[in-house]
Design a protein around this ligand. Sequence first.
Ligand code: PLP
Length: 607
Amino acid sequence: MQRYGLDIWSEDDFKIVGSKLHINYKSSPSIFEIVKKIRDDGNRGPILLRFPHLIKKQIDLLYESFKSSAKELNYKGDFKAVFPLKVNQFPNFINRLLSLSKEYNYGLEAGSKAELLLAIYKINQNSPILVNGFKDRELIKLAFLSAKIGQDITLTIEGIHELESIIELSKSAKGAIPKIGIRIKLHSSGVGIWAKSVGANSKFGLTSTELIEAIDMMKKHSLIEHLKMIHFHIGSQIDSIAPLKKAIKEAGNIYSDLKKMGATNLDTINLGGGLAVEYSQSKRSINYSLREYSNDVLFMLQTIAKNKNVDEPNIILESGRFVSASHAILVVPVFELFSQEYNIDLLRLKSKNPPLIDELYELYRDINKKSAREFLNDSFDHLNSIFTLFDLGYVDLIDRSNAEILTFLIMKKAVYFLKDGDLAHLYGIKDHIQEKYLMNFSLFQSMADFWGLKQHFPIMPLSKLDEKPTHSANLWDITCDSDGEVSFNEDEPLYLHHVDLKNEEYFIGIFKLGAYQEVLGMRHNLFAHPSEATIIIDNKGYKIENFQESLSLIDILSELNYDSAKLKSKFNDLIKNNKDLDSDKKDKFRSLFEVLINENSYLKTID
Ligand SMILES: Cc1ncc(COP(=O)(O)O)c(C=O)c1O
C-alpha cells in the first residue's frame, strides 16, 4: 500500500488505520472524520486545521534536547528560545503557542514595529522579547517603553546608526532601558534556498571593524554593561549541520574576544533559527537530528569558552519553522476530475485509415495480460508518430483523434491486465497520462513557497488508503492562473485514487503549512485565507474550537477599501430602476444578492 512517505516526513504525528489517516495522539481521531464534522455544519471549501498538541510537542522537543545535551556535557550556560513572529502571527496560533509554553518562559522575536507591538501585547510575564531587523527612532522608542513597563526586551542592532539612536534615547531615559544585542556579519556562508542571511554581502549585521567601533561607542557612553548578546542567523531550513558548525566557531570566537575587550556583561549567543523540517515524501533531506544539533552547539561553544578562558555562554534559539510547521494542515476537497475518459463509440474510423491507425486498432483488439506492457509501449510510439505526421500535414484531425482514443483505450486495458502486478509497473504506465484533480483552494493563498520557491510540501489523500492509488496526479487549484498547479513531479510523484465524486467525497491533506505560508499567502484572484479550526484531542475524543470562516466576498472588497455600502446601494438602485422586473422579483433578487455576497470566495460543492 502507498504510505505517501509518512515514515520519512510525519515524525509519527499521523498513522494509517484501515482506509483513513489518523492523528497519532491520544484518542487518535481520523482527519476525515473531523473534516466531515466541520462540513456537516454547512462549511465548504478548504479548511485549515490547527493541532495545538503538535506545537507543544515541538517546543518540548527543543527544550528537552538542549537540557539533555547540557546535562551530558555539564554545560553551564542557560538555554532559552523565542518564537520569531514573522513565521506565523495568526492569533489562533500565537495564543496557543504562548499558553502551551509558559513553563519554559518561551519568548517572542519581532522584526518590525507591528510585530513588536504584538510581542508587547502577547508576551508572557518574565519571557524575553528580542527585536531584530532595521529600526528607526520610533521603533527604538517603543522598545524603551517596553523596558519601562518591566518587560525583558533586547534590541539587536543591525548597523551603527541604530546604536547612535539608542545612545541618544538612553541619555534622556530614566530607569530601565532595553538590553543591547549585536548582529554579527559572519564570513561563513549560509545554506539552502534561504541562505542569504550571512556572508560579507549579507543585508544584516556588523563587520568586525564595526563591532570594535560599536564597543568603543558603548564604552564611551556608559552603555557597555547593557551589551548582553551577539546574534547570527545562517538561513532557514538548514539541511546540513556543517555550515552551522562553521558559523558557531566564528561566533564563539567573536563572543570571547568581545568579552575580553570589556563587554563584561555579554553572556549570550543567539543562534537565530534554521532548524529544518522534513518536507520530503521520497527521501530524507536533513543530515542531522535535533539531539546532534544541540550536542554540537554546546560542545563547540564549551570548547571555545575553555580555550579562551571565558564563561560558557547562554544560548538563545529563534527557531520558527521547526516549532510551527507541523501544527497546520490544509484539508482540500477535490471538486472535479478532469479525465480524458474516451470510449470506443467516439472512434471515427474511415474506410481507409493511415496504416498506423489500423495497427493501433489491432493492438487494442489483441492486447492481453502477457502482451500488455509491450503493446502499450508500441501504442505510445504510434501516437507520437501520428503527432509528427499531423504536424507535417500527412494525417488529419480525425486520424489524430482516433490515435488518441485508441491509445487511451489500450492504456486502460493494460492497467486492467497489470493491476495485480507491482505498483512501480503500473505507475510507469500511468505517468504518461495524468489525471487532473481540481482542488478547491488557492495555491497562492495557502502554499506560497511552492509557487515562489518550488518548496515541496507533503501531500496525501485522507481516505482510500487501503486501495491502490492508480492515477498519476496533477493538482489544479481554482485560481485563474496556470501557475496554480502542483504538476506531476517524478522526484516527488503523487498517485491518487479514482473517485466517483457524485457519490463520495475525497479530501487531500497538504501538510506542514504552519510556518510562513499563512502570512505569505496572497489574495491572488481575491481568494482569502481559508476557513480554519483548532482541534483539541484528548483521551476520549476531540473538540473543535475557534472555527473561523474565510472572509465573505463583501468583506474582501471592503478590505481593499471599496465602499461596501455604495456597492450594495448601486445593485439595489439597478434593481429598483429595472422596468422588466415586478416587485416580487425585485425582492427576491435583493435577498439573493445579500446571501451571495456574504458567502466566502471558495467554490461550493454541487450538492
Ligand atoms: C533572524 C531570524 N531569526 C529566526 C528566523 C527563523 O528561521 P526558521 O524559521 O528557519 O527557524 C529567521 C528567518 O529567516 C530570521 O531571519
